[in-house]
Design a protein around this ligand. Structure first.
Ligand SMILES: Nc1ncnc2c1ncn2[C@@H]1O[C@H](COP(=O)(O)OP(=O)(O)O)[C@@H](O)[C@H]1O
Ligand SMILES: [Mg+2]
Length: 268
């Protein structure tokens, strides 16, 4: 696969409401990112993280404010910015290979050319041995790897992830956190990921954005300058985890426009 480049993300005063009768989902969100940066948004359930990600993916329209990727206003979905969800949404009766290649098939790629890309993507996520298996015969973690390969095959400039590992067991999750970060760094694309797991942010992010409130706002933007590979047991990782936890609590208890943010929830 060709070396990829990332995007410059510029989000200015992005505001959203689902309909005129709804309160604002989030208010004046500003995010800037350099090509290749991994940004992770942490926040409690209901603060608007998924909505924000859907807007960046071009799947939802903003109410006001602007969103540019490499100075281009996002008008809709594109293979250049690909979204990965919590559930992998695979075709269970198809092989890993066919699932991974489905985007190239729809883009009209020749079989031979597609095969080369597909093989590379499958090897990046470590599923070479499973290429010819049906995805219904794979574990949850392996299925999520297939979904990842299917995103990589499109050579995205930006990979958007909405709590992609929250349904997985701890070991599988740790392995995927490591691999997604190292693949993103190796290929140079940006990550914009949502989680409610502070450890995940410390292990995967270049910057953690803490979102809180109702309507949601970005309350903190924290640099995570820890060398790779990152290990949970590393004192530096532990220290950063503590800092993030503190900022997270500060943000959650800051005075807000509404009282709904005071509820503690463990899931996003
Ligand atoms: N389709 C919808 N119509 C109206 N309100 C919605 C819709 N989807 C989400 N919401 C509301 O918008 C707010 C933010 O939701 P969401 O972006 O899913 O938050 P998060 O991902 O942070 O949990 C919540 O109050 C939620 O109930
Ligand atoms: Mg969500």
């Amino acid at each position: 696969m060709a070396a990829l480049r990332g995007v410059n993300i510029s989000i200015k005063d992005l505001t959203h409401r689902y309909n005129p009768k709804c309160p604002l989902t989030f208010d004046k969100v500003n995010i800037e990112a350099e090509p290749g940066e991994s940004l992770i948004i942490i926040g409690r359930s209901g603060c608007g993280k998924s909505t924000l990600l859907h807007i960046v993916a071009g799947l939802l329209k903003t109410t006001s404010g602007t969103l540019h990727l490499n100075n281009e206003a996002v008008q809709g979905p594109s293979p250049r910015w690909v979204m990965m969800f919590q559930a992998p949404h695979l075709f269970p009766w198809m092989t890993v290979e066919r699932n991974v290649g489905v985007g190239l098939y729809f883009a009209g790629w020749s079989k031979a050319k597609a095969k080369e890309r597909v093989d590379e993507a499958i090897s990046l996520v470590g599923l070479e041995e499973y290429a010819l298996k049906n995805t219904q015969d794979l574990s949850g973690g392996q299925q999520q790897r297939v979904a990842l390969a299917r995103s990589l095959v499109m050579e995205p400039e930006l990979l958007l992830l909405d709590e992609p590992f929250s349904a997985l067991d701890a070991f599988t999750r740790t392995a995927l956190q490591k691999d997604v970060r190292s693949i993103a760094k190796k290929m140079g694309f940006n990550l914009l990921m949502v989680t409610h797991d502070i450890d995940e942010a410390v292990l995967m992010a270049d910057r953690a954005l803490i979102m809180a409130g109702s309507p949601g706002k970005i309350m903190h933007d924290i640099n995570i300058d820890i060398p790779d590979p990152r290990d949970r047991a590393d004192p530096e990782v532990q220290r950063m985890r503590k800092d993030l936890m503190q900022s997270f609590h500060e943000a959650s208890h800051a005075p807000m426009d509404s009282s709904s943010n005071t509820q503690m929830s463990s899931s996003g």
